[in-house]
Ligand binder design. Sequence first.
Ligand code: ARG
Length: 459
Amino acid sequence: SSNQMWGGRFAAGPDAIMEAINASIGFDQRMAAQDIAGSRAHAAMLAATGIVSDSDAAAMREGLLTVLSEIEGGTFAFSSALEDIHMNVEARLKEIIGEPAGRLHTGRSRNDQVATDFKLWVRDQIDAAISGIEALIAALLDQAEAGAEWVMPGFTHLQTAQPVTWGHHMMAYVEMLGRDRSRFVDARARMNECPLGAAALAGTSFPIDREMTAQALGFDRPAANSLDAVSDRDFALDFLSAASICAMHLSRFAEELVIWSSAQFRFVTLSDRFSTGSSIMPQKKNPDAAELIRAKIGRIFGANVALMTVMKGLPLAYSKDMQEDKEQVFDAADNLMLALAAMEGMVKDMSANVANLEAAAGAGFSTATDLADWLVRALNMPFRDAHHVTGSLVALAESKGCDLPDLSLSEMQSVHGAITDEVFGVLGVHNSVASRVSYGGTAPEQVRTQIARWREVMS
Ligand code: ARG
């Protein structure tokens, strides 16, 4: 039999394979609440503009709530013959309220309907991402505050570079996540124009009120071009690209946690709640949550590339290709939220091994730059010369198998005669970090200033 929604010109129903490739109900049922909210706003507008009667609109709005409760209660029978959530809801509405259901689709199309539903869905996910990021920032601020003074090695090339504070390292991720948050805030503001009323592609001859539906659905304004409104998926791509960058940051931090929790580093101990064991090696405690967060970027960035590729080259306006938008975005959103929540849990639970951090901070001649800076300040040496002298001192220490602070004054003076024992005051790791008071530097007082600023921003 032919389709009850569009089958007027069809003599035969679709092939089973056609139905299988065409149906989206298996996944777009996740937009049921958005679809019903959009239809209820549309019904109210149809009555307010006199396009349908008040009693018909009231029946539609009431009936749609019944459909929603059936879906939420798990009693709704989804049908793939009805293709998608839009037609499943409308068909059920017809069963419940009869003839007035057939007036709901006046002045709209599934093209503006799906764009509206999907925008509402993505907008909710943007809000969820922002909350997830804020919760993670809060956990990082607590870690930073606890360890504003703890010293650890800072790395470049993953080689020990200069001592930094634990708080400073945590706050680096706060900065990244703050930018991620603002990308989602920007995306939300940019997307917040309502496609509903663009109809199939050209607008409608009915005297609809697009301001009214836009406002009812929490949009700032109606989208200004009907062709663009039904064929735009930029909002989903904005979401996916913001999600990709955020997941990339989470992946970098996850990689650090994997390294830091290894027996070779022992910088942190991850909680049992966010680790797993091995079925063969009894001693193992693996950082699986961190590893999975590290991996999530793969599917999130994959979704971004997939949807970009679907959209490129599509002529205006709607094409069925665009139905491929949802599964990618659903999957990316689910996994981003999971990664944010798992990272928040790990950060809250992890404990820094302060003594190991400090021991590692001093290894590898990490205060060599402090020594060079001292030569500049105390002996008025040009920095390039100081760099050279310090390099010779490092070579001397290395040949003796000791660290810079372990060299005696006379050994130091064998490299440069003017060195005094004042130099030992700059060689400790605590002296080193305390001296880095330039704005944005690693000194505890600078870190505390940034923690206070972020607590203000987040309040
Ligand atoms: N299921 C469709 C989608 O997700 C809804 C829009 C269908 N529009 C159409 N003209 N076939 O894109």
